[in-house]
Design a protein around this ligand. Structure first.
Ligand code: ADE
Length: 242
């Protein structure tokens, strides 16, 4: 899978993309990330990428031509999507990450300043994504979030093809508590069941803990989760105890 990022700060991406699972996937060639510097496509003498807003007001707006020309310079795969990162976009979540992982190429446009000229939205963007209801100083962090969450769903990126299946959100539930050595840390013991070697019981315990945690922290997620009759009555019991 290939990502092409349009940005005026390509250096933001380099160190993050060298590290960990993502770094390995790039080294192996499973994932490719290229940065295109929007400034290289500015025609003015000063290579400006922003200008004052028509109608007045605070701040600067990113000019349309450099972004349009930068996009034009990219080789498009057949199965590709152009995404604009902005706080006005559709909210990013795990389901969207799965959908995006089906593309061969994602082209990510990172805005800066007070936003981008509306013509970029109309002419270039096929999808607009926000990573949450807060305003960042630019789309670069949001692009990294999308690259990270999507890449780990691409086959071969994680050690085992299945290691992402049990995690938070992939079955609509938060993850169960995890423990490693030592067995006792600052007086806190690892739950006995995890030391029992009884895989069936451990699986049941983890499922119950995942449901309990989701109920306590993100009850909104339970509406979409796939639950058995037994699990639904377990939730009813917890509700009564509240
Ligand atoms: N650019 C600035 N804020 C953003 C956000 N919350 N999501 C995506 N892009 C952004």
């Amino acid at each position: 899978m290939r990502f092409d990022v349009l940005t005026i700060f390509p250096e933001i991406f380099r160190s993050y993309l060298r590290c960990g699972v993502l770094g390995k996937a790039i080294e192996k060639g499973i994932i490719k990330v290229s940065m295109v510097n929007i400034r290289d496509f500015s025609s003015g003498r000063h290579k400006n990428t922003d200008d004052r807003p028509y109608g007045g007001g605070e701040g600067m707006v990113m000019k349309p031509e450099p972004i349009y020309n930068a996009l034009d310079s990219i080789d498009r795969e057949q199965n590709s999507l152009v995404v604009l990162l902005s706080p006005q976009g559709e909210k990013f979540n795990q389901e969207m990450a799965w959908d995006l992982s089906k593309y061969d190429q994602l082209i990510l446009i990172c805005g800066r300043y007070e936003g981008v000229d509306e013509r970029v939205r109309i002419l270039c963007a096929e999808k607009e994504i926000s990573i949450g209801d807060y305003v960042l100083t630019g789309g670069e962090l949001a692009a990294l979030v999308v690259i990270d969450a999507v890449s780990r769903l691409v086959p071969g990126v994680l050690g085992s093809e299945f290691s992402n299946l049990e995690e938070s959100f992939s079955d609509g539930l938060l993850e169960y508590p995890q423990y490693t050595r030592p067995r006792v840390f600052k007086g806190l013991e690892v739950p006995e069941i995890l030391l029992s070697g009884n895989h069936e019981e451990i699986k049941k315990w983890r499922r119950r803990e995942a449901i309990k945690r989701t109920f306590e922290r993100r009850p909104d997620l339970l509406e979409k989760a796939q639950l058995t009759k037994e699990e639904l009555s377990f939730i009813e019991e917890m509700k009564k105890k509240e």
